[in-house]
Design a protein around this ligand. Sequence first.
Ligand code: HEM
Length: 404
Amino acid sequence: MTQPESVSAEQFGADFYQNPLAYFARMREERPVTPAVLPNGGRAWLVTRYADVRAALADPRLHKDWRKMAPPDWESDPVNGYLSVHLLNADPPDHTRLRKLVTKAFTARRVAGLRPRVEAITAALLDAIEARLAAGEETVDLIEALAFPLPVTVICELLGIPLRDQDQFRAWSNAVVSSEGEPGSFRAAGLAMFNYFTSLVAAKRANPADDMVSALIAASDSGDSLDERELISMLFLLLIAGHETTTNLIASGTLALLTNPAELARLRSEPARLPGAVDELLRFVNPLNHATERFTLEPVEIGGVTIPAREWVLCATASANHDSGRFPAADRLDVGRDAAGHVAFGHGIHFCLGAPLARLEGEVAFGALLSRFPSLSLAADPASLRWRPSSLIHGLETLPVRFA
Ligand code: HEM
């Protein structure tokens, strides 16, 4: 067993953002469970092999409730106390109680009912692209035109958030998930979102509608199911989780298909492969580099290495999905592959609540894009594309494409 004291930390440079898989490939080989210093200076233990990642994600000794780790005054801060008491920072029994409140809205059956609406939103966005092309534009940023507005519109409609606020949300949520922002920008964005949700809840409380915000307010007002801080945190999580990731599935997935023309042609000629291909794209592109933080309260052995008590642990799901021990020739995109078992949506009790919705949005977006634009192509050298400076989110800044 490796003693942590004797292990030097893996240092991540800013090039990690551009090519995280290169770091992970080396780490899987040389030091699959290791302390690391992230590009922004944060420290955590990284777990990179498939079997270890899957086991760690289901390990109850890896905790998520920050109150067990944070200083006592942590919760009195509005950004912490009102935005952070959500599912991803909760352990059972709180996690079980909170998750039950939202599970019904996101089951595969409920989500299947949203398909016509997701198709209509997608069609309208593609119509807008066609109008821009007709007006003489040659290249379009696919993120701005489709990959961002589709999931944001869907989650805003589900929650009952006015669409006119979506651009504002994009800026706030970018600041919240960025690892490299100005020191105050996370707090400023967090406070702005806290203020926004507080007034939204007040408005919906006065005038309830047929939406999830109103349903959660009713649950909150009816007794002990969730308090006001948990309500605001839930809205914050659903909004951020509901679009940051799916945007990157659509954009990075399109890039993966355009840079693997044989796979793109295969998918075009066999559209029935689309649902399976969405999972293969998730495995291949990984909208998240790693799951959200967990921490130890006692020494925990993972893959033969003992992680001491009170250490942060990151399960590198992107790395696990590229482990050739689990997925043969894992660095190859293969739209015919059975990608079941991938961990792009996590594993265990925190498995992505929105997985059916994300799959639906991916299927509709890729399906419509490929069938309506047979000449879709990249309008930039793939090597010149920039990835966002976030250790968690792996997503392109822009994706310039041509449609003719
Ligand atoms: C391609 C898109 C998506 C990806 C790759 C993704 C990925 C993930 C992952 C890896 C986790 C587990 C994190 C952890 O264990 O630390 C997670 C949890 C979660 N996701 Fe997603 N997600 C996506 C889309 C969505 C959407 C559309 C929603 C919509 C509401 C959503 C809501 C959530 C929530 C609420 C959780 C927390 C669940 C819990 O802690 O019980 N996600 N997601």
